[in-house]
Design a protein around this ligand. Sequence first.
Ligand code: NAP
Ligand code: ZN
Length: 395
Amino acid sequence: MKLSYLMPTRIVLDEDCLFENRALLADMGNKAFIVTGRNSARINGAYDDAVRALEANGQGHVLFDRVMSNPTELCVYEAAGECRKAGCDFVLAIGGGSPMDAAKAAAVLALNDIPREKLFGRAFTKALPIAAVPTTAGTGSETTPYSVLVDTGSPDESRFPDGRGAAPGPAKRSVGSPLLFPRAAFLDAKYTFGLGRDNTVNTVIDALSHAVEGFLCVRANYLSDVLAKESIAMIMDCLDSLAAFPADPRSLSPAVREKLLLASSIAGMVISQSGTSVVHSMGYMFTLNWGTDHGRANGLLMKSFLVWCRSHEEADPSIPKRIPALCSALGMDLESFCGRLETLLGKRETAAAAEIETWGAMNMKNAANTYICPSQEEIREMFRVSVSASSSFRA
Ligand code: NAP
Ligand code: ZN
């Protein structure tokens, strides 16, 4: 067996773990650049806890609270400019994947002069230290070396070196480097207690997608599989609670919230090794064109993808048999799992045939990292089955 595994983030999980473990921030520098979304970090108490921890350490801070969902490269250049101007020594990200990813890119850009059109793909050797406080249980960005941004696009098609699907315009693209692993991740489930039904469910589906897709990626390895199976089992344990989501989000059991938060971080560890599959690349089409939440976008595609994987496994003896092992981690067969997912997703969106044709022609970057690499026509068919008006998936 060949194995290589890197996950250098110190994870602490407990109530009040940010304040109790403030020593982890102490050696990151004198001044923190706190990066948040517009509102939630203040409402859920994480921002106040961060300020309290920094003040107790004798550290200063500057706040950047203008990260939108699915942050653009423009947003991170703005953040990096403010970080530099304020002379901050490290970045403290609080929020869902959007602020965490924006913070990671800002940590790079604060120390590197990278022109906008070269942000994706340019190597760099330094970044400010990063600490992360996740407030959604979904992206696992606190344990990944990626920053996923919307590249708002320019007419410069040379940025798509392989020439396929080189349509200029918004695209989801990643900056990736081991330097983007946060040094510390503070998991305190109390910040997620007020997260409403849709945000909770959609982000959980993202975490589940990371674990499931990670299990079905070319770059998966023994350790990422161990973590994927555990994360899947933890999330499946919580499905009944999610299906019966209470009218008041605060009534969802704290134990469930904590389990989901940890499962999400574990799923982040999975994709930090395995990367994601064609599902993530395809899901970006829904987010970019319809504004669909990232996790829901993956969820819409999951059934068609898994059924397609199984049919290939059954038809071709040379393909590794991953679906039976996945089902044993899920604790149920594929039909039952897809039924449970369908209940969480509710009524599906539908796309016009022309829209599906356009998306089906795009370059799906992660297709090649999927253990069975789908053809362009197969990708188009997965889109069709997932969101076409005549699809049997419709609620
Ligand atoms: P998000 O865009 O960070 O947040 C979604 C919404 O939830 C925002 O309105 C946010 O409000 C709110 N929110 C966050 N925490 C809350 C809380 N505790 N209580 C109430 N509301 C809360 O959503 P996300 O799904 O976590 O992140 C999605 C992004 O992560 C996408 O850009 C995706 O591509 C990326 N992603 C990254 C990785 C990675 O490895 N880096 C992996 C998967 C996905 P505020 O704006 O006010 O905070
Ligand atoms: Zn994701």
